[in-house]
Design a protein around this ligand. Structure first.
Ligand code: FAD
Length: 496
């Protein structure tokens, strides 16, 4: 049987393992850490449980698909529920808006809260859907780097309608042309952060992102976000994928222009196919250091990182939901600080995720588990100790003002994750959450392909390569790899 080795057990690596197993590969996943999941991991602090990384779950059908591929019932492994409230938004002037999942309710309430004609919001959401439908089959679900993608009817449709995609203006300019309310512009600008970019630089095509939430929905996995990778890990083991933990890979072996295996800290492993789920930057710089480097791609600007305070809170807050945003009063300044100055802004936008709202066991009764995150620049060796200290004060001052409370009194447990930690935990270059940023016209389309064009049988999956970061796109990278890897029975292995 042909053998595939996958470097890394992040969601991209596990999903690729499951897909290659369905293609009848013998699959070995070798992971540096002692757990599966990569950024999708959790931590317990006393009686509080926290998801460490992702908190927003969309497109659960991509997960279900992996179980069905192996004739398993997804519900036997993984359950989730649909959220009726997408997010609660707060502004310094006391404005509060609870964004409903139900589209008509969202439009009606947003129109009233922001004094914006319903038609503006309705048209915006409908265009968001059109952009998504036009681009997803071409840019997200296929390799951009294979000729067959360009001779499909979907591509031809997209090319003819390219003017409508908003590529020639920033997301902020696009939103400002649609909405008269600055708050609504800010609300829709926020979607640029879903791929770690700035709304003042990322192109207007990113206005398709709200469609993912507003049309396909926002979900919460039973047991918390880490259940996504835990359930996929269980499936992978059930179908015969082998895992090795605590075993960092040091080199990808190349023989006669073909990937022939890997060298880990414990020894050598031969394989017919190698897939790296490690961030593309260290994959080339460390594991392929003797090979030609795709310097232009590796030099791409990185996405934002994050500073996260995990707080056990000895109180519960009726006005908060699973997802909550406390907006800065100067969004543009905040993004300039993050991307241009590589600093943290004094009045940051604060995101609070509270899984105990959905999963009461995540905090003691009457308490809540707060995941308090601000967007941060990547790790450029800033003084993170000082930045953390100052940011903590700024965040607390902001929350105290808006929630009219002394939050410090209620923080009973705490730990913090900064961009340096994110970088060292999963080898994510500069601690980027989503690989490269999409801060220019075509950046989203210029990520590294899912295969090597110079080394045969070498593939790349996960958030730092095509089609991008975030759980749904990592899952799509696995799908693309399974579409382009050789069929075990026919193509390379038996014939060569
Ligand atoms: P990773 O999860 O980084 O996994 C890579 C794996 O490779 C790791 O396990 C690592 O240990 C292993 N590895 C690295 N080097 C080696 C080596 N040499 N040998 C062996 N193994 C190695 N996405 C969303 O969809 N929604 C969100 O709300 C969201 N919020 C986020 C918040 C935070 C704080 C963070 C950090 C990320 C967030 N993301 C979110 C992004 C999402 O987590 C990532 O896009 C996704 O998890 C990346 O998965 P991956 O498989 O590419 O890589």
């Amino acid at each position: 049987m042909a053998k595939a080795i996958i470097i890394g057990a992040g969601i991209g690596g596990i999903a690729t393992a499951i897909r290659l197993r369905a293609k009848k590969y013998e699959v070995l996943v070798i992971e540096a850490n002692n757990y599966p999941g990569g950024k999708l991991h959790y931590k317990k602090l006393g009686k509080y449980r926290f998801d460490l990384g992702p908190s927003l779950f969309t497109m659960p059908q991509y997960i279900d698909e992996l179980f069905k591929l192996h004739q398993k019932n997804p519900k036997d492994y993984f359950q989730y529920s649909k959220k009726q409230v997408l997010c609660n938004y707060f502004w310094d002037d006391g404005t509060v808006f609870s964004a409903k999942a139900q589209k008509e309710a969202f439009i009606e309430e947003a129109s009233k809260t922001f004094d914006e004609p319903q038609k503006h919001i309705k048209d915006y959401l409908s265009k968001s859907g059109k952009k998504y439908d036009l681009t997803a089959p071409l840019f997200l679900e296929n390799s951009l780097h294979k000729l067959r993608t360009y001779i499909s009817t979907d591509t031809i449709k997209a090319i003819f309608q390219i003017g409508q995609l908003g590529i020639n203006q920033s997301l902020n300019s696009f939103n400002k042309k649609v909405f008269k309310s600055n708050k609504l512009v800010q609300l829709f600008n926020r979607y640029a952060t879903y791929n770690g970019s700035s709304p003042y630089q990322t192109p207007g095509i990113m206005s398709m992102i709200p469609h993912l939430e507003m049309h396909y929905g926002v979900y919460f996995p039973k047991g918390g976000m880490h259940q996504i990778t835990q359930s996929l890990f269980k499936l992978a083991e059930d179908i015969g994928v082998e895992f090795k933990f605590n075993e960092p890979i040091e080199e990808i072996k190349i023989d006669n222009g073909k990937a022939s295996g890997v060298k880990s800290i414990k020894g050598n492993y031969a394989s017919d196919v190698v897939v790296s789920n490690m961030d593309i930057y260290p994959t080339f710089k460390k594991l392929l250091s003797g090979q030609k480097q795709p310097e232009k791609i590796l030099r791409q600007e990185r996405s934002s990182s994050a500073l996260i305070f995990y707080w056990g809170i000895s109180k519960s807050f009726e006005e908060l939901d699973l997802h909550n945003i406390f907006f800065t009063s100067n969004y543009q300044k905040e993004f300039e600080h993050i991307f241009k100055e590589k600093k943290l802004y004094k009045d940051p936008t604060v995101y609070i995720n509270i899984t105990s709202k959905e999963e009461p066991n995540d905090a003691p009764k009457g308490h809540e588990n707060w995941f308090v995150m601000i967007n941060a620049p990547g790790n450029y060796n800033q003084n993170w100790t000082a930045l953390k200290e100052q940011s903590r004060k700024n965040i607390i001052a902001k929350l105290n003002k808006i929630l009219e409370i002394d939050i410090e009194k209620h923080i009973v447990s705490e730990f913090v994750l900064d961009p340096m930690d994110i970088e060292s935990n999963t080898s994510s270059y500069r601690g980027a959450l989503y690989g490269a940023a999409s801060n220019s016209k075509f950046a989203a389309f210029l990520r590294h392909p899912n295969f090597s064009s110079t080394i045969k049988n070498l593939f790349f999956c996960g958030g730092s390569v095509h089609p991008g970061g975030g759980i749904p796109l990592c899952l799509l990278s696995a799908k693309i790899i399974s579409d382009i890897t050789p069929a075990v029975e026919h193509e390379i292995f038996n014939k060569e």
